[in-house]
Design a protein around this ligand. Sequence first.
Ligand code: HEC
Length: 124
Amino acid sequence: MNRKALLLIPAAALMASALPAASPAPDGAQLFQQRCASCHSVTPGGRAVLAPNLAGLLNRKAAATTFNYSPALKASNIVWTRANLDRFLSGPGRMVPGTRMVIAVSDPAQRSVIVNFIARPPSR
Ligand code: HEC
């Protein structure tokens, strides 16, 4: 092995250690983008055509925006606490039979970071 090759080995090792870990912790913003943003906006005043705007959702009553909600969600009397959001996302139709929200998130860790993302202050 010549001198040049010997110098290249530590450089390659350094580059490898700078790569991201193989399975990073789930990222709420990214998951929301992938699983929710095709229907929901979290921007205050943002579009709410396919689904209600979720800005300011934490501790708000269910079906409280101008969106055309299902009778089931309107009658649910839910307040969106973190615990209720977690339960809803684990199976919307189980918690509110007849809701038109059909996306479930089965992984508790993913639900938790998505709820944290939705619950963040709207200014951020
Ligand atoms: C295919 C479109 C679609 C996707 C994707 C979707 N939703 Fe929904 N969501 C809806 C619709 C439609 C409603 C209204 C349900 C009703 O009226 O019964 C709703 C309602 C909700 C509500 C209640 C809002 C309120 O004002 O009471 C929450 C919370 C919610 N969705 C969270 C999420 C999250 C978090 C995700 C991603 C994991 C997600 N949704 C993905 C369509 C969608």
